[in-house]
Write a protein that binds this ligand. Structure first.
Ligand code: 2BA
Length: 110
């Protein structure tokens, strides 16, 4: 068995959860925050039999889209006193989905 930890954008999370459930995957949804953008995202824990791993990844791929988001980066001000800076806008591409796949030693429901 594998555990897929899938970090997805909030905009994709409801549809992804429904699609995974429809085809019989067990899912737990967590509200999370990305370290870089410091914006909300969603982490899904999906326990899958080894034989269904690729199927689960295909479902995730089919739902999760990449999107552009703006953030700001610091820039030092030339000619100003040490430590003064401003920010400038930077575009980043977020997603489709970030996946971590772990091998599970035991899956128990007691
Ligand atoms: P965030 O950390 O908020 O990152 C959002 C997007 O910002 C990233 O999209 C990436 O395009 C960009 N980004 C992140 N760190 C950056 C940096 N140091 N410099 C420039 N751009 C940077 P994704 O790569 O699609 O990641 C989406 C979310 O997945 C991340 O949100 C984070 O919550 C999670 N994630 C990505 N890589 C991870 C990792 N190695 N470990 C744990 N979580 C990760």
């Amino acid at each position: 068995m594998k555990l897929i930890i899938a970090i997805v954008q909030d905009e994709d999370s409801s549809r992804l959860l429904s699609k995974l459930m429809q085809v019989g995957f067990g899912v737990t949804k967590l509200a999370t925050t990305g370290g870089f953008l410091k914006a909300g995202n969603t982490t899904l824990l999906i326990g899958v039999e080894d034989a269904r791993m690729q199927e689960a990844v295909h479902v995730i791929e089919s739902v999760c889209k990449s999107r552009k988001q703006m953030t700001s980066a610091p820039a030092a001000l030339t000619g100003m006193a040490h430590g003064e800076y401003t920010t400038y806008p930077v575009e980043v591409t977020v997603g489709g989905a970030t996946l971590f796949v772990l091998s599970i030693e035991q899956f128990l429901k007691v």
